[in-house]
Design a protein around this ligand. Structure first.
Ligand code: SF4
Length: 271
């Protein structure tokens, strides 16, 4: 298979776009896709001070690298969750990435709050971890004058979040399924610039440019059968994920945020 652009040996055929690309042409194609999503959905405005939250995995590393390449004003936050060797290695990778793309690196350690993720009951670990990360990201961004928090959520994350919430009856979360959620009541604006990009596209991007990332998964990461189902559908219906998430955004925008979102601040810490 030859690259549709330069006729060199292709490394991938992207079915939804009907294009084959080589190692050299793929990164620009990917960056154009990210840039188009950001502009089309007004995800990040020029001049906004962006806190890019990077775990060291392929998705958030691709996100930080792409935002910097596209000229956005970013700084990196790494949250050390205290997950044994995994946290030690991922922190090193994120420090390396920040140095390579020449952006400030910030560190928050969960242990400063009296516990680590390794101390949590394994049955509740992801739920506690998710809450801790959201708290720490928001607090850091708010206290340090960032306009927006960017995360590496992928198209698969958006679809799975929707499916799981609908299945558990949690439809009040639907309005949050947009690539930019404006801040309110002390919550800083959230951006998901990779919301149309797949994990595979992100992986190819980091590999083709040798962007620092950690290949290991968190040792607590559960096997996600729903993700496998989403991959199966995509294999049979190329373009399913992109079309699904675009439909999802129309749905999310049509649902009104009601008074349940009228959150109050914590009396102790102000969050
Ligand atoms: Fe946290 Fe690991 Fe669970 Fe992700 S998989 S939420 S990093 S404990």
């Amino acid at each position: 298979m030859r690259c549709s652009r330069c006729k060199e040996k292709a490394i991938i055929y992207l079915k939804p776009y009907k294009i084959a690309l080589c190692k050299n042409c793929y990164p620009n194609f990917y960056l154009n896709l990210v840039s188009r999503s950001i502009k089309r959905y007004k995800i990040i405005r020029r001049g906004e001070k962006v806190l890019a939250c990077v775990s060291g995995g392929k998705d958030s590393s691709a996100m930080a690298f792409a935002l910097k390449k596209l000229g956005y004003n970013i700084e990196i936050l790494y949250i050390d969750l205290g997950i044994g060797e995994y946290s030690v290695r991922s922190r090193k990778v994120v420090e390396e990435l920040a140095e390579e793309i020449d952006v400030p690196f910030h560190l928050v350690e969960l242990s400063e709050y009296g516990f680590t993720i390794d101390d949590v009951d394994v049955k509740k670990v992801c739920s506690v971890c998710g809450t801790a990360k959201r708290y720490l990201m928001n607090r850091f961004a708010r206290m340090n004058g960032f306009d927006i928090i960017a995360t590496g959520h992928t198209v698969e994350d958006m679809i799975l979040f929707f499916i799981k919430n609908v299945l558990s009856g949690g439809i009040e979360w639907i309005p949050k399924l947009i690539p930019r959620s404006e801040g309110f009541n002390g919550l800083v604006t959230r951006a998901r610039p990779l919301f149309e990009r797949s994990e595979k596209e992100n992986m190819l991007f980091v590999l083709s440019l040798n962007i620092p990332f950690l290949i290991d998964e968190c040792p607590y990461a559960p096997r996600d059968v729903w993700k496998e189902i989403v991959y199966d559908i995509e294999a049979k219906k190329p373009g399913f994920k992109r079309n699904f998430v675009r439909g999802l955004i129309k749905l999310a925008k049509s649902v009104k945020i009601d008074e349940r979102w009228n959150l109050r601040s914590c009396k102790v810490c102000g969050e």
